[in-house]
Design a protein around this ligand. Structure first.
Ligand SMILES: Nc1ncnc2c1ncn2[C@@H]1O[C@H](COP(=O)(O)OP(=O)(O)OP(=O)(O)O)[C@@H](O)[C@H]1O
Length: 572
């Protein structure tokens, strides 16, 4: 509620209209049986004038009820939609402020569920709240009071019915809210299995994993079916039980009235409105129960939304100049541990890279190459030591400066759906066609782009599925260099390119981006032979720093990688 209130307050006017219309609606609903009673008494007496007068009032009241209901629904929807839209926008803004580590902590798919499913739950409860929250107690108390006034001698029928209905509903709704919480978890499981399967559909197909995947999905789906069925059984028993209780109450009331009808003929009209009030009480209890279940589900969702909104980004950037700094990089005794890990991944790393240098980083898988690159781009902060870019501690650079200075191209870079030029303009909004062509030429992408019917306006599908692995990498490199960054990090970014294309990319980078400092992380030593210097990583430490010749001659870790790769190439 603490999360929700400020958002609801923004729609004060709509809230008031929704609440006032609900009062009018309840008044109209409650007053109709009273009028009906008067009309029936008039029919019994043959009082034509009262029948017409009260009949007209009854119609007006019914119209007031309908109009109030419509107004209430419209304004409740205004509030619910407004709150949901604002919450979604704030959640999205907040996630944009997150550091990489914060997004990893929640996981991207979990954040998506919070922005969609959880917001929907909140939207539904806000809608229901303004339709029902004030209506249910007003209707319940009003119907109870009027039923008592209408037939005070039948108080025990009324109280008896209420005790049974409230008791049964308390027990079943409590049980069902556990089931509903379970449903939420099972829906997430089904989503996760389906998402993983669809995202990795190529792997599933190529390894003929369909039967296992179907079994996995069926298991999650069966759990959901099971709990949903339990909810269904409960409803199947609950609703008839309610109506049976109400009907027994009606039969008792009618029976007693029947016994006394000759003495009290007015009971005939009174019993009709008494029955109407009994039904209204019953509906108030049923709707109240539903609302409580929905509220408990929405409360879980609100908690999950609040958790994101209240998370302070784990990294803050200083405000200041947006201009890039020079491409010098320096690590001074840097040690880094991933959040939640016990042991550091990078241990006491020190090195310096001069402007315009090309640095290769090699090492066994898991030795910490990517981690080191992520620290240059300040995706994480080190536990100790200082990282400098352009001679300044990265913590003293604004986020804009860092992003304008460093371009980081990953092995599996994400291209966004849209067009090729959209993707390039994300980095350089004013990129012209010649600039795009210049970058694409360096990345060896120009040839295939220009063969596409729409060239730079060619569409990029979701997850860039309309491009091959090599084409995606070339496009990612094009995007990386279009703004002529001071530092270019290629993290296994040419792994899907053939040796010849990789060589052409490196030659072009050498030639056209002379002032750019380039950091190339590669599995293959052949990819970094041209580097001015190579850093050799082993188990989170730098164990070698020199050019290829020097390292082959003197560094055992490098020698081992080199001879293994050479032997593999020879065998091929
Ligand atoms: N987000 C993370 N959280 C926790 N540990 C991580 C995370 N990312 C990587 N690691 C761990 O840090 C170590 C170094 O990983 P890193 O990706 O830097 O290695 P790498 O040398 O780039 O490997 P590769 O050549 O296979 O890409 C590995 O043991 C890895 O399991």
């Amino acid at each position: 509620m603490k999360v929700l209130m400020p958002y609801i307050k923004r729609y004060r006017k709509d809230v008031y209209i929704a609440l006032i219309s609900v009062i009018a609606l309840v008044f109209a609903t409650l007053w109709q049986p009273r009028l009906l009673q008067v009309i029936m008494n008039a029919i019994l007496k043959g009082d034509q004038a009262t029948i017409i007068k009260e009949g007209i009032i009854l119609i007006i009241l019914a119209i007031v009820g309908i109009i109030s209901g419509v107004i209430n629904t419209i304004y409740s929807a205004h509030v619910a939609l407004g709150v949901a839209t604002d919450l979604r926008a704030d959640l999205y803004k907040q996630v944009q402020k997150f550091a990489y580590a914060d997004v990893e902590k929640f996981s991207a798919s979990n954040l998506v569920v919070r922005m969609t499913n959880d917001i929907n739950q909140v939207q539904q409860i806000v809608m229901a709240a303004f339709q029902q929250v004030s209506r249910i107690p007003l209707l319940f108390i009003g119907a109870f009071a009027l039923a008592m006034i209408t037939m005070p001698q039948q108080w025990w029928v009324l109280i008896g019915m209420m005790i049974i209905v409230l008791g049964v509903s308390w027990y079943s709704y409590k049980k069902m809210s556990d089931y509903f919480a379970q449903t939420q978890e099972d829906i997430e499981d089904v989503n996760t299995v389906a998402r993983e399967n669809l995202m990795g559909i190529r792997v599933v197909k190529s390894f003929v994993q369909e039967p296992q995947e179907i079994a996995k999905f069926s298991k999650a789906s069966d759990r959901l079916t099971d709990v949903t069925a339990k909810i269904g059984y409960n409803f199947a028993i609950l609703m008839p039980a309610f109506f049976l209780t109400a009907n027994i109450a009606v039969v008792i009331a009618v029976y007693i009235v029947g016994q006394n009808i000759t003495v009290h003929p007015t009971y005939l009209a009174a019993i009709t409105s008494f029955i109407s009030y009994l039904m209204q009480i019953l509906f108030a209890v049923i709707n109240g129960g539903f609302l409580m279940i929905a509220a408990s589900r929405a409360n879980i969702s609100l908690g999950r939304i609040g958790e994101v909104l209240e998370t302070k980004p784990s990294m803050v950037y200083v405000e200041g100049s947006k201009d890039p700094v020079e491409g010098e990089i320096e690590f001074d005794h840097v040690t880094f541990t991933y959040p939640g890990d016990d042991a550091p991944t990078l241990k006491d790393i020190s090195f310096k890279v001069n402007v315009g240098e090309m640095i290769g980083i090699v090492g066994a898988t898991g030795s910490g190459k990517t981690t080191l690159a992520q620290l240059i781009a300040r995706l994480y902060d080190p536990d100790s030591g200082v990282i400098k870019v352009g001679g300044k501690d990265v913590k003293q650079l604004s986020e804009s400066t860092l992003r304008h200075t460093i371009a980081y191209v990953l092995q599996r870079s994400t291209l966004f759906s849209g067009t090729i030029s959209n993707n390039l303009q994300q980095v350089k909004p004013d990129a012209t066609l010649p600039q795009m062509q210049w970058a694409a030429n360096i990345a060896q992408a120009a040839e295939f782009i220009e063969r596409l019917p729409q060239t730079y306006d060619a569409p990029v599908e979701e997850r860039s599925s309309n491009f091959s692995g090599g084409q995606k990498q070339r496009l990612s490199i094009t995007r990386g260099i279009i703004a002529q960054p001071k530092i270019l990090i290629l993290d296994d970014a040419t792994s899907a390119l053939d040796a010849e294309s990789e060589k052409l990319v490196q030659e072009a980078l050498d030639r056209d981006l002379k002032k750019t400092t380039t950091v190339v992380i590669a599995e293959k030593i052949s990819s970094i032979l041209r580097a001015d210097r190579i850093l050799v990583m082993d188990n989170g430490r730098i164990v070698g720093n020199g050019n290829h010749k020097q390292l082959v001659a003197s560094n055992p870790v490098y020698q081992k990688i080199y001879t293994t790769q050479k032997a593999r190439e020879g065998a091929m």
